[in-house]
Design a protein around this ligand. Sequence first.
Ligand SMILES: [Zn+2]
Length: 343
Amino acid sequence: MGVPRLWHDCVGKTICLEALASISKHGQALFLSPGRGEEADMVERIENHKQVERQAIMQGLMETFVSRRDCFAVQLKDGRYYCNKSELTIKHIESHLKGALTLGVYLLDQNGMAKFAVIDADDEQELERLKSMQSRLQLPSYLELSRRGGHLWFFFSEPVSGKVAKNFGLELAKRYTINAEVFPKQSESSGPGSCIRLPFGIHLKSGQRYPFVGLGDWRSQFIELSNPKKIPLSEILKYQYQEPQKTSKRNPLNGEIPLWEKVKRQITVLELVENFVDLNSKGIGRCPFHDDKHPSFSVNIKENYWHCFAGCGGGSVIDFWMKLNNLEFKDAVSDLAERLGIR
Ligand SMILES: [Zn+2]
């Protein structure tokens, strides 16, 4: 058969169909068998196909990751970025993919709108938490490794205000007790604001290129990320961080709400525990503190406490955190407070 292998490689992938359609426009469908003496022609057509595919991928990546084109960030050797106030073009994306320069992209466009949010975990422990969150979360997300940890990307079906994007990331980090930076950092900005490394480039400090996890080879990653799965607005609005209430009620004993009380107000037992224990709809699951053959661990959702019927104890979010991480009360409170962004 004279059908080129390339065609087999990419059957069903939108980009390749587009590429083929565009070649067909010039009167040469790539998947037609060549006649005698047309081998050279075929090689040229495959080259054309690759070129068209490359263009489609770069356009797609631009569409996915670039919020504004009037300026862009370029990474310096020490890992920092500077803002280049000229127009970002496909040529820049191409240079980035080839490793000739490393781009950062701004989260907010000129109107302060964002089309994605990123949770940036910068050590291995938090990376593990990101992975666990990704596997539990019923929303599409993409995990890209980074120099020390990872970036978890969430793409939106439509641009949302910087504030909504930021609060979406903060809420997820809170619910899954991940101590990480959330992008966008600013909820509004007239200037470019903060930037994040555009994926697939070479990190100038480590000299490495970092892949997305679980998407196959580089080409498959390019194709997926040039048209990623997106989160609908209705879902984005379900995850919106609320600043802890600045209540005027003062504790008469010491004039201020104690930190442990702030922690308890910020997260329920169910919200914390379900990150670590698979619970059924009644709040019952296997106890994480003993070798549990029959589910003997339960969360009382109404009364906001947990309990193990096999004798592992029970109590509040703080009791759970102490036992899970083998911490003293004071350390458990301050660790949880830090993860929840409470000061
Ligand atoms: Zn137990």
